[in-house]
Design a protein around this ligand. Sequence first.
Ligand SMILES: [Mn+2]
Length: 363
Amino acid sequence: MSSESAGTSGQGRTATLSRRSDRFLAGLEEYRGATLVSHVHPDPDSLGSMVGLAYLIEQCVGIPVQITQDGPICRAENRAMVETLDLSLTPIEKVKWKPDQAVVMVDSQPKTGRHSFNGEAKIYGVIDHHQTPGELDGVPFLDIRDGIGATCSLITRYFTEQEIGIPEHVATCLYYGIETELSGYPREASALDDTALQLLYPIVDRDAIAKIKNAPLPEVFYETLLQALQSSFIYDKLLLSWINELANPELCSQCVEFLIRHEGIKWAMCAGIHEDRMVLSVRTSLHRAQAGEILRAVVQKMGGRAGGHDRRAGGFIPLASTSPSAIEQVQSEFRRRMLKCLAIEETRGRRLVSRGEMLRNLG
Ligand SMILES: [Mn+2]
C-alpha cells in the first residue's frame, strides 16, 4: 500500500495528477453522473463519505450525484443522523444502472458479501479503509488505506487537496462519520483522521451532533440487552453472548459495545438470529488484534461472511434451519472455532449473571 506524503496540499490545482483526488476527479469527466454505493445498513462513516463525495463531485466535476441506501438503517443514532441532517438517499433497488453513470463504492469493497450491489454496473472507483479485501480487478480508481480510521477522513483529505470549502452540513456528516469510527479504546486513529477532525470541528453543527448521539432508543433495545446479559458466558478473556431473536440486525453491535467494557474481558462477541442468519458482532480491547480477519477466518469455514478492522468486526452465518437445536449446533461450532482461533482452552463457560441471581431478581 502506498503512503501519502504530508505536504501535498500546497501544490495548487495545476499540479500534475499525482494526488489521489486529482486522479479520482479527472476520471469522472467522461461520465454524465455518479452513483455512490456503500455497505448494507450504512453507518455514519458510509453516509458521511457519500455526502462528502457527492458535494465534492458536484462542485469539481459538475455532474449530478445520487447517494444510495443499501438495506434498512436500524441503529437509533444512524436513523437520527439521516433525519437530523435531512439526508436524501435512494434505495439501491430503485437505481437504474447505466453505463454513463460512474459507480463509486465507499467504505466497502466489491464482492465482500457486505452489500446488495453485485456487479449490476462497472465500478469506477473504490474508496475504503477496511482490512477485508474485495475483488478489485479492473477497477480504474482505487484508494484503499487500511491504516486509516475512517473513510470520511480520506474524503476530507480530498477537500483539502482540492481547496474546496466544506459547508456546515457536509462537515457535520464527515465529522460524525469519523467520530463514530474512532470511538472506543484503543482508538483506531491515524494522523490523517485527527487532522480531518481538527479541520472539520470549527465548521460542524455541534447541536445536531449532540442530538444524533443522544437519539431516543426503542424499547426493544432494553429487552435485547437484558437477553444478552442473561446469556453471556465468559471463557478466560472472551465473553460470548447469545440472543435468540433480533428485532433488527444492528442490535448486536449495540450490545457488544457495552459488553466489551467488562473489566476482565479482552474480546466480546454477540450473536443473534435475524431472519435466516446468525448475525455476529465482535469487539476487542487489544491493539492491532485484526478482529475483522479473525472473524472472517472463523465464519468462512461455516459458509458465512465477515469483515472489519483491528478492534471491531461484523458478519453473519447463514442458517439452514432456525429450529432451536439447529441454532444450538451452529452456536457450539462457532464457539469451538472462536476459542481455538484465540487459543483459549475449551471449558464450560462461566455465566456473567448466575441463574440464581436471575431468579432472585425476578422475585
Ligand atoms: Mn468505515
